[in-house]
Design a protein around this ligand. Structure first.
Ligand code: ADP
Ligand code: TRP
Length: 331
């Protein structure tokens, strides 16, 4: 047997070599989730996050760029955590934390603000779009990409799963890392975005892309009545053949071989087929709905506090190095 100090040393090496790469993503409440969000974003995420050392951050300070009602801000934090726990994210396998509770994020964002130029930030889509619409952007929206860069870079994140709309923000994080490293020496890893490309688009009740802005959704945590109402409103043609819009949603839940037999048997009987879909949707949604309803505020608070403590331990260590490198540490 090796003496204790060697065992300790081997232990550390083992941890380092077996250590998973870090993944971080920011969660912003997007209101009522629908089954398009589940199959297009949440489900792929669920199959991914355990392969990494994962950090899921509630981007509450980013939310302040648009939300001004404190009640809404608070509610959206609770809702976001509940949504993720209800779909099956395991808080013992991912660090779920709150951005505002790890002050190093805003601190590092300031340092990045001092490194990048105004014309560079003027290229940001979120800011540009607002200005193009003739709306006044707040300074927070203008520097939003540097807070997001801080979110990502503080944790030596390698991979950032996001939607296509966030691609530019991850590019900004790479630029911020490169600028800092150039000026102060190697400190930050340049992260990569992970954008799911091959995910099929889930159609809504009108046959076009399911989207909350189109009013064609099947809510992910809806009651059986909500589900039935949505399914009954699915647009069908009158050919008497297979109701394609019903089938397209149904095949997310059941193997096509099984469905083909059912749709053949019930050919032309649209009402029966819709009723079968309602039952299958209910069987799929009910456990998640029940899970979501059972999550108490106290549970959410516990998850987020424990997660924020873990995140802070990493971020504060990183900032000791950063402060020393920029020259503000006196010791
Ligand atoms: P919405 O279109 O309802 O506003 P979001 O833009 O908030 O939805 O989308 C959040 C995530 O869910 C994104 O990653 C997006 O790709 C995914 N998503 C949204 N709608 C669909 C859909 N109909 N089919 C597949 N994925 C979707
Ligand atoms: N801007 C992201 C969005 O709107 C949320 C976000 C904040 C984020 N910080 C992040 C995403 C860090 C990934 C990594 O969806």
């Amino acid at each position: 047997m090796f003496p204790k100090r060697y065992r300790l040393f081997f232990g550390i090496v083992k941890n380092m070599t077996e250590g998973k790469k870090r993944l971080l993503t920011g969660l912003q409440s997007s209101g009522t989730l629908h089954i398009g969000n589940y199959f297009g974003a949440l489900k792929p995420f669920l199959s991914l996050y355990e392969q990494y050392e994962s950090f899921l951050m509630i981007a509450d300070y980013h939310a302040l760029t648009s939300l001004k009602d404190p009640k809404l801000v608070r509610e959206s934090i609770f809702n976001t955590v509940r949504d993720y726990l209800a779909v099956g994210v395991d808080p013992t396998k991912a660090v779920i934390f709150q951005q505002s509770q790890v002050q190093e994020h805003t601190e590092l964002a300031w340092i990045f603000d001092c490194l990048v130029t105004v014309p560079f930030l003027e290229l940001g889509h979120a800011y540009k779009d607002k200005v193009a619409k003739g709306l006044e952007a707040n300074a927070g929206l203008f520097t939003y990409p540097m807070l997001m860069a801080a979110d990502i870079l503080l944790y030596d994140t390698v991979i950032v799963p996001v939607g296509e709309d966030q691609r530019q923000h991850v590019e900004y994080a790479r630029e911020a890392a490169a600028k800092f490293n150039n000026n102060y020496g190697q400190t930050f890893i340049e992260p990569k975005e992970l954008i799911q490309k091959e995910i099929a688009i889930v159609p809504g009740t009108d046959g076009s892309k399911m989207s909350k802005s189109r009013g064609n959704i099947i809510p992910l945590f809806g009651t059986k009545e909500d589900i039935a109402k949505a399914v009954m409103s699915i647009v069908t043609d009158s050919s008497g053949e297979r109701p394609e819009n019903v089938y397209a949603i149904h095949k997310l839940l059941k193997p096509e071989a099984e469905l083909d037999a059912l749709y053949e048997e019930k050919k032309g009987k649209y009402k029966d087929l819709k009723e079968a879909l309602i039952e299958d949707l209910e069987a799929f949604i009910a456990p998640m709905r029940a899970k979501r309803e059972a999550i108490t505020d106290a549970e959410v608070i516990k998850v987020v506090e424990e997660g924020s403590d873990k995140a802070r331990a990493i971020a504060s260590k990183k900032m000791i190095d950063v402060r020393a490198k920029v020259g503000v540490s006196l010791k």
